[in-house]
Design a protein around this ligand. Structure first.
Ligand code: F0G
Length: 462
C-alpha cells in the first residue's frame, strides 16, 4: 500500500472545527430536509462537499492580494493575470469572470441556441444547465470504461471518439454548436483525459469544422496524470503538457476555484486573438459580469489568481495531491470497498450502487450513502448520480446516471492525514452496516433546474 505522502506545506493559520454528536447530526439532517447543501458548515467535521473555492491560499497569494489594483478599467492586476495565463495556456485572448458558470453563461450562448447540440465526454451540472438555458441540448460520448468502477484503466475520462463522430453524423455537423472536453472528467470520477484522446477529438472537430472548448477546472491534475501515466511524457514539465493540451482546442472555460487554488474566480480563453466572436464575449461579459478587465472580480482576486495559476502547476504539490487520492484508494481496496478505481484527481467517488444494490436509481443511492456518512462521522459528501442529474428537460422524466457515486471532493491544502484516516474509518463502518439500509429517498419539492442544490427530500419508509 502506498504510504501517505507528507504534506508539502506547513500551517500558519488555523480554523477550529468541532465534531458533533450523532443525535445532533440527525437533527441537522432533518432540518436540512436531507439536502447536504442545506446543512450548516458549523455542523460538519470534514467537509468534502466540493473542492471548489474551499481551498487554502498560500502566503504568497495573500500577500499578492495587498497589491490589488481596484481600477474599474485597465487595472495593473488584470495585466498581471493576463501575463500569467498567456504564459501558461498560450492563448491570445483571456477574460476573467467570477467563476466557472459565469464563463459558461458568457461563452456558451455565442455558439449554442435552440436546435443546436453540444457534445461532451460528460457535462458537469452547471455546464449542462447553461447548454439548456441557451436553448440547446446535451449529448454525451464518454468512454465505456468510465461506467465500470472496478475496471482499472489509466484514462477513464476520455471521449469515446467513435461515438462522438457517430453523434455528429446523426445530428448533422451543422447542428453541433460545440464539443466540450471536461478535464478532468468530474462526473466520471475526476478521471483524466489523455493527450492522445484530446488529439483524436480535436481531429474529428477540425474535420467537421466544430468548435472545441475545454471545460478546464482541473487542468493541472489532468496534466499531472498525463505525465505519470501516458507514454512519452514522464520527462515533460507539467506546464509544457498543459500548453500542448490547450493548443488542441479553440477556447476554454474555467472555474479557477479548483486547480488554481483560490476561493473565487474563473477564466475564459480564446486561442485566436483575432477571432471575431471575441467581441460577443466582451459584450456578454460587460452585461453580465462587469467590464472585461475585471470580469466580476476584485483587483485583489485577480492577483491571487495570477499567483495560483503557477502554484497549481507545481509538480511537488501535484505529486502530493494525486498521492493523497492514491493512498485513500489503497486503504479502500484493503477494506474491499468499491469506488471509481483508480482514484481520480480531486477526490474519491464511492460506488453507492454497489453499497446498496437493492436501492433503485429513482431512490438515489448516492444520496443515501452521503446521508449515512454524515450520520456516522460528520463527513459531508454529495451525490454525483441520478439525484444530481435531475429530469430530462423535454420529457420531465428522471434521468438515469451512468454511475451512482457519492463524491468526497478534497479541498486543497486544508486537511491532513489524520482527517483522511478518520474519514476512511467512517466509510468502513458505513460499509459494514450497508445491509441495514433498505430504502432511499423521495423528493418532496424541487426547482426546475439544478435541483440538487435546493431540493427537499424525505426518507422512504418500509
Ligand atoms: N465545470 C466543471 C467541470 C466543474 O466541476 C464546475 C464546478 C464548473 C464547471 C462550474 O464552476 O462552480 O466555479 O461555477 N464544480 C463544482 C464541484 C461546483 O463541486 O464539482 P463554478
Amino acid at each position: 500500500m502506498p504510504k501517505f505522502m507528507p504534506e508539502p506545506y506547513r500551517i500558519k493559520m488555523v480554523e477550529p472545527i468541532r465534531l458533533t454528536t450523532r443525535e445532533e447530526r440527525e437533527q441537522a439532517l432533518r432540518e436540512a430536509e436531507y439536502n447536504m447543501f442545506r446543512i450548516r458548515s458549523d455542523d460538519v467535521y470534514v467537509d468534502t462537499l466540493t473542492d471548489s473555492g474551499t481551498n487554502a491560499m498560500s502566503d504568497a497569494q495573500w500577500s499578492a492580494m495587498l497589491m490589488g489594483d481596484e481600477a474599474y478599467a485597465g487595472g495593473r492586476s488584470y495585466f498581471r493575470l493576463l501575463e500569467a495565463a498567456r504564459d501558461i495556456f498560450g492563448y491570445g485572448y483571456i477574460q476573467p469572470v467570477h467563476q466557472g458558470r459565469a464563463a459558461e453563461k458568457v461563452l456558451l450562448p455565442v455558439f449554442l441556441h435552440k436546435g443546436k447540440f453540444a457534445i461532451a465526454n460528460l457535462f458537469f451540472d452547471t455546464t449542462r444547465a447553461h447548454v439548456e438555458l441557451a436553448g440547446a441540448r446535451c449529448l454525451e460520448a464518454c468512454c465505456p470504461e468510465a461506467a465500470n468502477s472496478q475496471l482499472r484503466a489509466p484514462f477513464k475520462g476520455n471521449m469515446d471518439v467513435g461515438k462522438l463522430e457517430q453523434l455528429i453524423l446523426e445530428k448533422g455537423p451543422e447542428n453541433i454548436g460545440m464539443v466540450v472536453m471536461t478535464v478532468t472528467n468530474n462526473s466520471a470520477g475526476g478521471q483524466p483525459v489523455s493527450m492522445q484522446n484530446m488529439r483524436e477529438t480535436a481531429e474529428v472537430c477540425r474535420r467537421h469544422r466544430i468548435h472545441l472548448n475545454i471545460d478546464a477546472a482541473r487542468y493541472a491534475e489532468n496534466a499531472m496524470f498525463i505525465k505519470l501515466r501516458e507514454e512519452g511524457f514522464s520527462g515533460v514539465p507539467v506546464k509544457d503538457i498543459t500548453r500542448d493540451f490547450f493548443a488542441l482546442a479553440d477556447s476554454f472555460t474555467m472555474s479557477a476555484k479548483k486547480d488554481t487554488i483560490v476561493n473565487m474566480g474563473g477564466l475564459i480563453g480564446v486561442k485566436d486573438a483575432d477571432a471575431p466572436y471575441i467581441l460577443k464575449v466582451k459584450a456578454n461579459c460587460i452585461s453580465y459580469e462587469g467590464f472585461y478587465t475585471y470580469g466580476g472580480l476584485n483587483g485583489r482576486d485577480l492577483e491571487a489568481l495570477a499567483v495560483g495559476l503557477y502554484e497549481g502547476l507545481d509538480e511537488n504539490w501535484l505529486r502530493y495531491r494525486l498521492g493523497t487520492m492514491e493512498y485513500m484508494g489503497a486503504r479502500l481496496d484493503e477494506m474491499g470497498i468499491p469506488y471509481q478505481a483508480p482514484a481520480g484527481g480531486h477526490g474519491i467517488f464511492l460506488d453507492a450502487a454497489r453499497f446498496y444494490p437493492h436501492i433503485p436509481y429513482t431512490e438515489f443511492p448516492g444520496q443515501v450513502l452521503a446521508v449515512e456518512l454524515y450520520k456516522e462521522c460528520g463527513l459531508r459528501a454529495c451525490d454525483i448520480g441520478s439525484y444530481m442529474m435531475g429530469n430530462d428537460p423535454d420529457t420531465g422524466r428522471q434521468v438515469k446516471s451512468l454511475n451512482e457515486f457519492t463524491r468526497l471532493a478534497i479541498p486543497r491544502r486544508v486537511y491532513t492525514q489524520s482527517h483522511y484516516d478518520m474519514v476512511l474509518e467512517g466509510i468502513g463502518e458505513v460499509w459494514r452496516g450497508r445491509g441495514d439500509v433498505r430504502r432511499g429517498y423521495r423528493i418532496t419539492w424541487e426547482p426546475p433546474i439544478l435541483r440538487h442544490f435546493q431540493a427537499s427530500l424525505a426518507p422512504i419508509e418500509g
